[in-house]
Ligand binder design. Structure first.
Ligand code: HEM
Length: 401
């Protein structure tokens, strides 16, 4: 690779005044140097892959290892050589990954997720009731966008009602960027301990939930998951499913507050609108990391075994080749589902149907019940999550009436 001093840094700065757009450098790179070397905050060099077709090819390539997922490249001083835990679905490769994924995927089919729609609707309505019962102002992140996906995950994992607040508190610390490393580790240990207790109990007294089914199916199939696998899988589902959807709900609300003329389109065709919001916002903002285990060609670049690659999802999703006028929010695009906001290939998001249902229900019900929703502060005063893996707005003060 190029000498350290010549390697440009991974572009991360978004254009001033454009909170929804990816770093400006991406558009130029797609044209002139679609796969180029960058220096990552973690200290290593990587190939930054910016074109849609190349991103899909990299993510579909079985010789690409996911052991660096999720996104260690943006964590300063990250340890790139740590062992992958056997339950870490997002980092496993090959047969170990397929074994785990096969066990979980049955829980996320369209049919199963549709069966949860009614529960999601009730959650959305009850949070709107609580919000509207207060006098005219709320933080939409704290009061709406964050609790809904977090409660959905609790329901999915089968966390008893009485334990939900504890579960939410620890998981909140785990995904918080404001928590110190000690707080983060403590939350991880406590949450792992809590999940281990919960899953032991489910082994004895199974309920009607994902982990009870995983445990009982495991014992009858002769290939049970170990407690470590169950706990790490539980943590992965919790973190992967919680932050992403919460940030998407809040950011999408902000987009729609800024584009009131588009709200009717969203209410009329929520499925299509949600796909466009996923593409346009691409909240997994630093892309996904891969490690080449064999020499491979990416476009015109020869990538060698042992090199890292960053598949820039937010760049791919703005590529004019696929999405003409890609920087524009357009709810009438053809094939709105071709975006890579959920990744692509073997690790493509397992919770995507659930995220879609949550987004559709949250956004349509919010704007139907509160048609006069507006920002309660000047737009320029909003703070964004520039330093977290999942992009979002920190607080969204809103008013109505
Ligand atoms: C808008 C919401 C969401 C977005 C944008 C999103 C995005 C992604 C992306 C980009 C990946 C691929 C990572 C990679 O290739 O390294 C992924 C994987 C994953 N997501 Fe999501 N996700 C969302 C919601 C959810 C939800 C609701 C759940 C669970 C309930 C979930 C669980 C997972 C899991 C378990 C994986 C790893 C799958 C595997 O490695 O086989 N996600 N997600």
């Amino acid at each position: 690779m190029t000498a350290a001093s010549e390697t440009p840094a991974l572009p991360t700065a978004r254009p001033a005044g454009c909170p929804f757009d990816p770093p400006e450098d991406y558009a130029a790179l797609r044209g002139t140097a679609p796969t180029s070397q960058v220096r990552c905050p973690a200290g290593m060099d990587a190939w930054l892959v910016t074109r849609y077709s190349d991103v899909r090819a990299v993510l579909a390539d079985r010789s690409m290892s996911s052991r660096g997922a999720s996104s260690v490249h943006v964590k300063p001083d990250a340890d790139l050589d740590i062992d992958v835990s056997p339950g870490s679905i997002i980092q496993l490769d090959g047969a170990a990954h397929s074994r785990l994924r096969k066990k979980v995927i049955a829980e996320f089919t369209v049919r199963r997720v549709e069966a949860m729609r009614e529960y999601v609707q009730e959650l959305v309505e009850s949070h709107l009731d609580a919000m509207l019962a207060r006098p005219g102002e709320a933080d939409l992140v704290r009061d709406f966008a964050l609790p809904i996906p977090s409660l959905v995950i609790c329901e999915l994992l089968g966390v008893p009602y009485a334990d939900r607040s504890r579960f939410q508190h620890q998981s909140g610390l785990l995904v918080s960027t404001d928590a110190t490393p000690e707080e983060g580790k403590q939350a991880y240990d406590e949450l792992s301990g809590f999940l281990a207790e919960l899953f032991t109990e489910k082994g004895r007294n199974p309920g009607d939930d994902l982990f009870s089914r995983l445990i009982s199916r495991g014992s009858s199939s002769g290939d049970p998951l170990t407690m470590e696998e169950l706990v790490v899988l539980g943590l992965s589902l919790l973190v992967a499913g919680h932050e992403t959807t919460a940030n998407m709900i809040a950011l999408s609300t902000l987009v729609l507050l800024e584009h009131p003329e588009q709200r009717e389109t969203v209410l009329a065709a929520p499925e299509r609108a949600v796909e466009e919001l996923l593409r346009y916002l691409s909240v997994v903002q630093f892309g996904v990391l891969r490690y080449a285990t064999a020499d491979v060609q990416v476009g015109s670049r020869a990538v060698k075994a042992g090199e890292w690659l960053v598949a820039a999802l937010n760049s791919a999703n703005r590529d004019d080749e696929l999405f003409p006028g890609g920087d524009k929010l357009d709810f009438h695009r053809e094939s709105p589902r071709t975006h890579v906001a959920f990744g692509f290939g073997a690790h493509q998001c397992i919770g995507q149907q659930l995220a879609r249902v949550e987004l559709q229900e949250a956004l349509t019900r919010l704007f139907r019940r509160v048609p006069d929703l507006r920002l309660a502060v000047p737009r320029e005063s909003l703070a964004y999550k520039h330093n977290t893996l999942v992009y979002g707005v920190r607080e969204l003060p809103v008013a109505w009436g």
